[in-house]
Design a protein around this ligand. Structure first.
Ligand code: LLP
Length: 443
């Protein structure tokens, strides 16, 4: 069979039929648009479950582990339910994410709460709902949380978030483990130790572990190993010298996916196997019990399983300058190019076999020059009415969507071979208007 010249994730659920049409889980792209409208975010269920299973791959050497899906990547009630079915917990950072995880049937014990600006209402809700772990991110939060927990008359399991001073190679907006970070407590400056000592003064807070996250879209394992090394040293210090009976170490997720041909292919099971082996060896050499290892993958679970389909509404050729194809979505459903100049693979969904012999820039529908989905990508001749597929859009697109220009958010469809169901219906103009109110004096 003829091979498509376009780059896209090589998943069994993504193929091209002999007519050159993109097929998603065996469904022709155009039929999905006919049934569900345009634009449309499609999540490939089998691929998603496979990725979950790769992360849940049993560890060797009797290592105990727990995986939390980083729900910021994409969360709806259905996504939470699926993650729970696959045995993952959920990492949340807001009241909304917490409520969604719980609505999806995730047991509170399997919810881990993050946040560098948690407010009292969020802490109260978390404690009331008995979420399993709260990750302490700053000094002010310690006293605030202790009060809330005391009022509830319980003991709350907590983590302390540490910035280990590792700066992996990735976009600077998504580096998180360096000294200069809004998150957590640094090791070098001694803030991490100060935080641990403060937490230990509150008997209602049960310090069970330490957390770090070094960044996102990191395409190599070694920075994670380096972070694990620094974290283990501090872990042993806290256990042995500060007297806290820790039992868990959270290494924070962050492995990347292939947005282009030259990106390295990471494999969750081998990545974790390397980390497990490192931790087991370190603990053996230093005579400490191996902690329960946690991780919080987001992008690597759901990123490649998402495909966004758009319809081209107009094209414009500016001789010797640029060709524009404008679609019925844009930065409102995928702000990643506008924010990070992130390039998703893109292809003409109905003409996947046509030679890419022209340069195109794909623009969104917002009234803003910066509303681009990509610049200068090779595709075949495009016309109004063509369908474009942007690949690897499962993570950090719909979850970062906005209603700029009062554009409604697209539907999100969970698609299997023999079944399909909405994870989120398309927003309507009525939805948008429903939040408005008109002060009396304007009526
Ligand atoms: N845990 C924590 C504490 C995090 O801050 C993050 C991501 C994750 C886990 C999950 O990382 P992942 O496995 O997905 O890389 N909007 C950006 C990505 C921001 C990531 C922020 N934190 C983007 O579109 O690239």
């Amino acid at each position: 069979m003829e091979q498509s010249p376009y780059f896209f994730p090589r998943l069994p659920e993504i193929s091209v039929n002999p007519d050159g049409e993109l097929m998603l889980a065996g469904h022709p792209a155009h039929s999905l648009m006919e049934r569900h409208g345009s634009p449309l975010v499609v999540i490939l269920e089998d691929a998603l479950r496979r990725n979950c299973q790769a992360w849940m791959h049993p560890a060797a050497n009797g290592i105990r582990f727990r995986m939390y899906y980083a729900s910021k990547a994409l969360l709806t009630t259905g996504v939470a339910a699926l993650m729970h079915q696959e045995g993952l917990g959920i990492d949340v950072v807001s009241m909304g994410e917490m409520a969604t995880a719980l609505a999806g049937g995730v047991p509170p014990e399997m919810v881990l709460m993050h946040g560098n600006a948690k407010d009292r209402a969020e802490l109260e809700y978390a404690v009331e709902q008995r979420v399993g772990r709260i990750v302490i991110d700053n000094l002010e939060e310690i006293g605030r949380l202790a009060e809330v927990v005391q009022a509830a008359g319980i003991r709350q399991k907590v983590f302390v978030r540490v910035t280990p001073g590792i700066r992996p190679s990735t976009h600077r907006y998504v580096q998180t483990g360096q000294q200069d970070s809004k998150f957590g407590f640094n090791l070098e400056g001694g803030l991490a130790e100060q935080a641990v000592l403060q937490v230990l003064r509150h008997p209602e807070l049960e310090l069970v572990g330490l957390h770090c996250h070094i960044g996102s879209q990191v395409l190599e394992t070694e920075p994670f190993v380096a972070a694990a090394g620094r974290m283990l040293e501090f872990y042993a210090h806290v256990q042995q010298e500060l007297g806290a009976p820790l039992d868990e170490l959270n290494l924070g997720g962050g492995i990347g996916i292939r947005y282009k041909d030259s990106d390295a292919q990471m494999d969750a099971a081998s990545h974790m196997a390397r980390l497990y082996e490192f931790v087991a060896k370190w603990c053996g050499e230093h005579g400490i019990d191996c902690p329960l290892i946690c991780d919080e993958p987001g992008r690597s679970i759901i990123g490649e399983t998402g495909v966004t389909l758009y319809t081209v509404q107009s094209t414009k050729r500016i001789e010797e300058v640029r060709n524009y194809a404008s679609v019925d979505g844009g930065m409102t459903d995928n702000p990643r190019f506008a924010l990070y100049e992130a390039r998703h693979p893109v292809a003409p969904a109905m003409r996947m076999l046509d030679r890419p012999d022209q340069l195109w820039s794909v623009s969104g529908k917002c009234c803003e020059t910066g509303d681009m989905l990509i610049h200068d990508v090779e595709m075949c001749e495009l016309h109004a009415g063509d369908l474009l597929a942007f690949f690897s859009t499962g993570a950090y697109t719909w979850s970062m969507a906005s209603n700029y220009n009062r554009v409604a958010r697209p539907a999100v469809l969970l698609l299997g071979k023999d079944r399909e169901g909405l994870l989120a219906r398309r927003e309507t103009v009525e939805d948008l208007l429903s939040l408005d109110s008109v002060p009396d004096w304007l009526r």
